[in-house]
Design a protein around this ligand. Structure first.
Ligand SMILES: [Mg+2]
Length: 347
């Protein structure tokens, strides 16, 4: 069973402007083009939404609804910088990552990790380190994760657990399915299809006859199915080694020794697979004696003994700030980005 997170910044451009100038927090603001140049609103904050303003609305219309609206031209280079900060936090976790836009990304997790824990960690870290909020959806696939990130917006998390997929999707409106625009939604509603449960009574052939290629994805989505992998745009495979200790480890020095043993094993594996360990980005896994576990990755570094030691220490402190909990297992690994898939031996 897969675990996928969809992380979406809350009214991103407006949130960055409010961070820069907190006086803007409680007044309606919008980022968008000027009204006399047929501009449209790209983002607005929640006070502005109370006036019925939303993205893609003509600026002239927005100003009619809310004359006191503060219109900002936008600062793309600042937004990009903040986006990079947010994405680097997201990339600390997971086994694959796909950035969808400046303020949105998917993260595929190790199925052994808790999606809710990691989702909440990402939310807390973005808020503390970047000063804006994100909403997170957790689900067994990209489609449901994307829908879920909208469920408790802003600054929330919603998880669609595997055994709840059927019930969740049955009451979901078909217009919430990404890719179903207002026009298709109208054609669906003409046939009495407003909820996914309505669409479920149509066969695949019927939906294809009615809606063409869209019918195929509608057939799957209305059942909560989506087998699309994260498109990282690159081959992303990993090599890893791990060890479960006979007795729990408490001391940092002892852990450092164990990392060295694993590092030697890791080098043997990469050599056997004919891969340069310096082309791999490091990740680590720590399991504690209460069976909780955490993973941590650093996509900007390359694997080395020192990099693994640092990452393991960070991972441990993250879960267990005073280092009192025993460690049951550690794993180290490297993820490659641009290596021929054929070259890899997987474990
Ligand atoms: Mg967003």
């Amino acid at each position: 069973m897969r675990k996928v997170l969809h992380i979406d910044c809350d009214c991103f451009f407006a949130a960055v402007e409010m961070r820069e100038n907190p006086q803007l927090c409680h007044v309606p603001i919008a980022i968008g083009g000027h009204s006399d140049r047929r501009g449209v609103i790209s983002t607005c904050n929640y006070p502005a939404r109370k006036f019925g303003i939303h993205s893609a609305m003509a600026t002239a219309q927005a100003l009619k609804k809310c004359p006191q609206l503060i219109l900002l031209p936008g600062n793309m280079s600042l937004y990009r910088e903040v986006s990079n900060q947010v994405m680097s936090i997201i990339r600390r976790y997971g086994i694959a990552y796909e950035q969808v836009s400046v303020d949105e990304a998917y993260l595929e997790l190790d199925p052994d990790d808790s999606a809710i824990d990691i989702g909440n960690k990402i939310r807390a870290e973005v808020e503390a380190e970047v000063g804006i909020t994100v909403s997170v959806g957790a689900a067994p696939n990209k489609f449901l994760a994307k829908v879920a990130s909208d469920w408790n917006k802003p600054n929330g998390l919603f998880a669609v657990k595997p055994h709840k997929v059927g019930a969740f999707v049955a009451q979901l409106e078909v217009r919430k399915i990404p890719g179903i625009g207002p026009k298709t939604a109208e054609r669906l509603s003409d046939r009495g299809i407003t909820l996914c449960s309505d669409a479920q009574s149509y066969s695949l052939l019927e939906l294809v006859n009615l809606f063409g290629r869209m019918g195929v994805s509608l057939y799957k989505r209305c059942r909560g199915q989506d087998d699309r992998p994260l498109s990282t745009g690159r081959v992303r495979k990993s090599i890893s080694v791990e060890h479960t200790f006979a007795d729990d480890i408490f001391l940092a020095e002892q852990l450092n020794d164990e990392v060295e043993v694993l590092w030697q094993k890791f080098l043997q594996r990469t050599e056997k697979a004919n891969i340069d360990s310096r082309s791999l980005a490091p990740f680590v896994k720590v399991k504690f004696n209460d069976f909780s576990q955490t993973t941590l990755a650093d996509h900007l570094q390359v694997t080395s003994l020192e990099a693994f030691r640092q990452l393991l220490q960070q991972a441990r402190l993250r879960q267990d700030a005073d280092e009192t909990q025993g460690v049951r297992l550690i794993g180290i690994g490297g993820r490659c980005s641009e290596i021929d898939e054929q070259q890899l031996v997987l474990f």
